[in-house]
Design a protein around this ligand. Structure first.
Ligand SMILES: *Cc1c(COP(=O)(O)O)cnc(C)c1O
Ligand SMILES: [Zn+2]
Length: 433
């Protein structure tokens, strides 16, 4: 049996070449399901290890290295790949100490071709657009999905269309979408409204939608877990910690981890911690109430990538929490920006939303939920250059209601030795973790 699409609510199945995003019967989200029993013999650690460092497409990609588990029946000639993935897993002892654990790794998904994990999803999504013969793809985006869609549409030589929310897009991301040649439209509405609009217009105009409701994107994104665990020599950590916005990543991680476990590629499930910004925390609120329901909210946070009040993948994220015995935590913008400054000052760097991971680990350690001896992996979702304005405003102490605890000052000097000497002799203490 090949792969199929299956509704997570009512179980109705559809062929993988159906043009469908949610269940026709009940509106539920769809999974791409693979025949794991049949794949058990081929999808082995040895196969994936043998492909490490491959110079040949598609296995030179950190997504398609795991093709058997991403899209087994797919003709490799259809794959649209930069290639993506193969991102680093940083051992960060100083940050571990700050966060209160002995062993901490940061998986840097900002090292993807367009600077965020969205590339792992986009290779899956744009490839599926090709499978379906679509000539136009579109998304609403807080920024990174647009940057990624623009790049992959260009590579596939199809039209990319991106809807931005008014004024709220980080500079680096907007610049990328424009530069890569997408059709960029600024819409006077928030992210959640833009998602509705893109779904409706795409149906009218035969455009393929590449928001994270698209299950083929999540198949690509789950490889973040495959690659991390392979980098840990197939030893599952105790905790995986990830920021949560539209909850596509959280959903993909749960599915990916469960598949690894069901295939016997790991011998226990890590626990997943999803971290939201306090001003955009509908999952956290629902979690505290025992997941009775998700209440959409108006979202406000400096971490624009997770400024989402009505996450489309709520039901899949809920399932992830159940499968992984996971938790949901929230952090303030103050905590996010301070954690970002510490990650940045290690010479690693990330965009604001990514720093939820580190801020969340510290908070969960303080609460005794993560313990000191736990092996923890935090996921950094986006590159430091994505949002230069937030970074500079933090260090200049120009952010409303945020006090920079780890500032790095830019000094001014006249063009003279005396002036330069005066600056260097009067230096403040450097940033200490
Ligand atoms: C998209 C994005 C997120 C949020 O991921 P979801 O899958 O929507 O929860 C977090 N950080 C960055 C940098 C992103 O681009
Ligand atoms: Zn259904």
């Amino acid at each position: 049996m090949g792969s199929i699409l299956q509704c997570i609510e009512c179980g109705r199945q559809y062929p993988t070449n159906s043009l469908i995003y949610t269940c026709d019967t009940c509106g539920g989200l769809l999974d791409v399901l693979h025949d794991l029993d049949a794949l058990k013999a081929t999808a082995t650690r040895a196969l994936f290890d043998a492909r490490l460092g491959s110079l040949d497409a598609p296995y030179d990609s950190g997504v398609w290295r795991y093709k058997e588990l991403v899209y087994p029946d797919l003709d490799p000639a259809l794959i649209v790949s930069r290639p993506e993935g193969n991102t680093r897993l940083y051992n960060v002892p100083k940050l571990a100490e700050w966060a209160g654990v002995r062993r901490l790794h940061l998986k840097h998904e900002g090292e993807n071709p367009t600077g965020s994990f969205k590339d792992r999803g986009m290779t899956g999504g744009v490839t599926q657009a090709r499978v379906l013969g679509k000539k136009r793809v579109a998304c609403a985006s807080t920024g990174n999905t647009s940057a990624s869609l623009a790049a992959y549409a260009a590579l596939a030589e199809i039209q990319g269309i991106v809807l931005f929310q008014n004024k709220q897009v980080a500079l680096g991301k907007l610049a990328q979408a424009v530069a890569y040649g997408a059709t960029c439209i600024r819409v006077d509405g928030d992210f959640d409204r833009n998602i509705q609009l893109v779904r409706q217009i795409s149906e009218e105009l035969d455009i393929y939608v590449l928001n994270s409701v698209n299950p083929f994107r999540l198949e690509g994104q789950k490889t973040i877990m495959f690659e991390t665990i392979q980098q840990l020599r197939w030893e599952a950590p105790d905790w995986i910690v990830v920021p949560g916005g539209n909850l596509g990543n959280s959903s993909a991680f749960g599915k990916g981890l469960k598949e690894l476990f069901d295939l016997g590629l790991i011998d226990r499930m890590p626990r997943l911690a999803i971290i939201q910004a306090e001003g955009a925390n509908p999952l956290y609120e629902a979690y505290k109430r025992g997941f009775d329901r998700m209440e959409p909210m108006h979202a406000e946070t400096i971490a624009t990538a997770i400024k989402i009040g009505n996450p489309v993948n709520y039901r899949k994220a809920m399932r992830t929490i159940e499968w992984t015995n996971g938790v949901v935590e929230q952090v303030t913008d103050q905590e996010i920006m301070d954690a970002k400054a510490l990650i940045d000052a290690q010479g690693i760097g990330c965009e604001p939303a990514s720093a939820c991971s580190l801020a969340g680990i510290r908070k969960l350690t303080d609460a005794g939920i993560i313990t000191k001896s736990d092996r923890v992996v935090g996921v950094l979702t986006g590159h430091v250059l994505k949002d230069p304005e937030a970074t500079i405003a933090y260090h200049r102490s120009e952010l409303a209601d945020i006090t920079p605890h780890y500032p790095n000052t830019v000094y001014d000097s006249a063009a003279s030795l005396e002036s330069l000497r005066a600056v260097l002799e009067g230096l403040q203490e450097p940033v200490q973790v």
